[in-house]
Design a protein around this ligand. Structure first.
Ligand code: NCD
Ligand code: ZN
Ligand code: ZN
Ligand code: ZN
Length: 356
């Protein structure tokens, strides 16, 4: 097959670690990894330090991003126990609202349901609420979205019961969308053995082969692929209290292109779930002058020492993949070619400052 031109990919779930933990990643290294992986827009999660939960912390993160980002971006704001009304006024400046309702990394996990409900009441209906909610919590969050008649987006769906509930909710016309990560499509609990206990730590945890198969079998229920790029250093992952999370920006596209090559995924599905649906769900304008060029036939081996992320490892080390991005054009400027980033820090734009 010859070279292919695709629209710039959009990752709606990225952890940048700045402010607070730039030894893991910062806006520069993280957006470099994005471009190298074919992503021209990333949405940054709010579980930084300080967490993004009000005007001050939002501006702090956006200032770093505006100075350092090499790809386009928007910033999620985090739901707290008493900030629902205040942050609803900031929504035009954000990618959306993020609510953590289950075990995660950082301080943002919400406790009781009374705290969730205020966010369902206040957050504007034009933008989805993205939730980290698993199993019964996920079902409860879909019910609340229904009761308050507003859209909800389920982050990193990993299990059979979850995807089947989402399928049924969609069949009933409920306003739910969802994302699945490449690691839950390509790894299972059986990989914990070779990855080791620290390096296999991730939330949601790696699931069973049956769960993984259910995700593939319900590909039409999945709206988006999202990396949940959650970099922690190798030292941290191999240390005493390994934090959960995998890097993913530089491995998502080659893994999914490999599935395309194997006939398990169509290229249209890949474009819909990494560009078209993210754009529609989160109200982003088309960027006709932003695109990527890929070579779908190149076979290569994933190696952490060739990546731009600062974390220094990947759970896919040594995996043979087929398909690679070789050129990225951002708003008419070549920003990546043949493994080299040419975008300068600050090239990236906040997509929520020029919204309509
Ligand atoms: C994420 C992180 O490290 O920020 N970790 C993870 O295992 N996915 C947090 C999250 O996405 O819940
Ligand atoms: Zn999460
Ligand atoms: Zn995450
Ligand atoms: Zn498009």
């Amino acid at each position: 097959m010859s070279k292919l031109k695709l629209p710039g990919l959009i990752d709606i779930h990225t952890h940048m670690r700045e402010p607070g933990a730039i030894h893991k990643e910062d806006w520069d290294s993280g957006t470099s990894a994005a471009l190298a992986g074919g992503f021209t827009t990333i949405f940054a999660m709010p579980n930084t330090n300080p967490a993004v939960m009000d005007n001050k912390t939002l501006n702090l993160s956006l200032k770093e991003a505006e100075n350092k980002a090499r790809c386009d971006f928007a910033q999620f704001i985090g739901a707290g126990s008493d900030n629902a009304e205040k942050i609803s006024l900031l929504s035009p400046k954000t990618a959306g609202l993020k609510m953590y309702l289950d075990s995660t990394y950082g301080e943002l996990q919400l406790g009781d349901m009374a705290q969730w409900i205020s966010h369902f009441q206040y957050w504007p209906k034009e933008l989805p609420i993205a939730v980290h909610a698993e199993g019964p919590t996920m079902a409860a969050s879909i019910l609340l979205a229904h009761l308050y008649d507003r859209p909800i987006h389920i982050c990193h769906v990993s299990r059979k019961d979850e995807i089947l509930v989402i399928k049924t909710a969609k069949e009933r016309g409920l306003p739910v969308t969802c994302e699945v990560t490449p690691h839950h499509l390509f790894l299972t609990a059986e990989d914990i053995n070779h990855l080791g206990p620290g390096r296999s730590e991730v939330r949601p945890v790696l699931a069973s082969p049956t769960d993984r198969d259910a995700l593939w079998e319900n590909m039409d229920v999945i709206d988006c692929f999202a990396t949940d790029h959650a970099p922690h250093t190798l030292q941290e992952k191999d240390g005493a209290n390994p934090p959960p999370g995998f890097p993913g920006l530089e491995t998502a596209l080659p893994l999914l292109l490999t599935a395309v090559h194997e006939g398990r995924l169509s290229i249209d599905d890949l474009i819909n779930k990494l560009h078209t649906n993210p754009r529609k769900i989160f109200n982003l304008a088309e960027q006709p002058e932003t695109f990527i060029e890929i070579d779908p036939d190149t076979t290569w081996e994933i190696r952490a020492d060739e990546t731009f992320t600062r974390c220094g490892w990947t759970p896919f080390e040594g995996m043979q993949v087929r398909g690679r991005v070789f050129r990225v054009v951002l708003r008419n400027h070549e920003v990546f070619k043949d493994g080299r980033i040419s975008a300068k820090p600050g090239t990236g734009r906040n997509l929520r400052t020029q919204s309509t």
